[in-house]
Design a protein around this ligand. Structure first.
Ligand code: B1M
Length: 211
């Protein structure tokens, strides 16, 4: 089994403690950090999602897999992030109200940071009011990102975008949205400036906004 496969299996079965050794070994063997992330870690989470959907595993297993994934991402972070000093602007990001999924949002924050933004991460379950407060408190913020992973929190995403627009903040910030159930069409419908399908696209879009 390749080292990337071992990482996938370790995340799938929630083996957080094995992550340090496995990631170090994979890097030492010459595996590219981006391949470890995409082919190992993200792939593991989609298998976990499929198994959950098929009732083969339940929330506790999903949770331990998520913990192992987070540990892995932390270990990979120094190898993925470019370490560029912030010059392009300030990015405020959060997962919308009612939604506790943060792995994808954290990856987006990391990639946008390495693209040259200072990042303020508001965390998960972020209300529209909290987004607005944070934007107002940071007049140098030029990009806000809202993540939603559940079909049931898509309305919350829509409400937050509407609230940001109603608060008159569209002159200050561009709004980027993303997350597994979000589409370009939905982003257009709710008045967001951009939809990003993944963290790398989010970073490219963030760069393009200030080009
Ligand atoms: Co949940 N969960 N979960 N979960 N979970 C999903 C999302 C689900 C698809 C699983 C399934 O049924 N197959 C399903 C949603 C179904 C639906 O809505 N149609 C689901 C469910 C149902 C639930 C609960 C309701 C389960 C329950 O309690 N019965 C519950 C809800 C809790 C809540 O939020 N209120 C729940 C709970 C959890 C855990 C807490 C156990 C855990 C999250 C832990 C954590 O995040 N700290 C969890 C997990 C791990 C998952 C899966 C397995 C993995 C999510 C993940 O991290 N993916 C997920 C299944 C799946 O995704 N296949 C599932 C990896 C990550 C890198 O991808 O988050 O998509 P992703 O992010 C990508 C892109 O989407 C994009 O870029 C990222 C990187 O490339 N992106 C953005 C994301 N945000 C962006 C923002 C942007 C731009 C791009 O701009 C701002």
């Amino acid at each position: 089994m390749s080292k990337i496969q071992e990482i996938l299996k370790a995340i799938e079965s929630g083996k957080k403690k094995m992550m340090k050794t496995l990631v170090e070994e994979a890097l030492a063997e010459g595996c590219q950090p981006i391949d470890i992330l995409n082919q190992g870690m993200i792939q593991a989470m989609s298998i976990v999602g499929e198994k959950f959907k098929a009732n083969e595993i339940y929330v506790p297993e999903m949770l331990v897999a998520a913990r192992a994934m987070k540990e892995g991402v932390e270990l990979l972070k120094p190898h993925l992030a470019g370490g560029q000093t912030a010059v392009l602007g300030k990015f405020i990001v959060g997962t919308v109200e009612g939604d506790l999924h943060d792995i994808g949002k954290n990856l987006v924050a990391m990639m946008v940071e390495s693209a040259g933004y200072a990042v303020i991460d508001l965390g998960v379950d972020v209300s529209a009011e909290k987004f607005i407060e944070a934007i107002k408190a940071n007049p140098d913020c030029n990009l806000v990102g809202l993540s939603a992973l559940l079909t049931t929190t898509m309305p919350s995403l829509k409400q937050s975008v509407a609230a940001i627009i109603e608060a008159g903040l569209k002159d200050q910030v561009k709004i980027m949205v993303g997350g597994a159930p979000i589409t370009q069409e939905f982003a257009d419908q709710i008045g967001a400036d951009a939809f990003a399908a993944d963290a790398a696209s989010a970073a490219a879009i963030a760069k393009a906004f200030v080009a």
